[in-house]
Design a binder for this molecule. Sequence first.
Ligand code: SF4
Length: 217
Amino acid sequence: MFALLSIYEVLLHSLGPQGWWPHPTRFGKIVGAILAPAVKWSNVEKAVENLEKAGIDNFQALNEVDVNYLEELIKPSIYFRKKAKALKCMAQREDLLNKEGSLALREELLQLPNIGKETADSLLLYSWDYPIMVVDAYTRRVLYRLGLFGLPNEKINYDDLRELIEKALPKDLYIYQEFHALIVRLGELYCRKKPLCVECPLAQKEICKKVDIVERS
Ligand code: SF4
């Protein structure tokens, strides 16, 4: 079985550094982390662009904007009602911005309505630069198809799978940030629901068997 670090290195070499989140401000990174779950990054970019055009580029503006208008602006990010509520709640907790990333902060984030573990960990990893792994649907799909961590890993609970991945990688912020971003990129480009195994870098390096899975919806 290939070590997770080897898989990371192949992905980094073939797909290149992803540099998440590609936004210079913490506000932008927080918005990106909240909008990202269950949607392609290109959709997140459209939603962020809409927010910026509307002048919502800080917490005060986010606090003041009408929630229905906010929903319209972030519609491309799907689940926009839930995400609008999460953004509104986050805007009211500007005090959290002054805190260091930690597991205690994770607990505080998880107390906010509509912030689940994936979003909380995404916020910590990319907005607070705290080394914690994010587990999303792409992660589960890719690791399952690679045959890592036992089968089926859909049934492994979130925190158990997160800790398994963390233990399999060096505890390094850059590696954690890039690993998650690379898995998402792999999922978007190749390891789709109907995978494009022939073109996949993990198949070309003979790390993953060309399973050519066709999942029934
Ligand atoms: S070879 Fe196919 S199943 Fe394996 S990671 Fe690549 S796209 Fe996914």
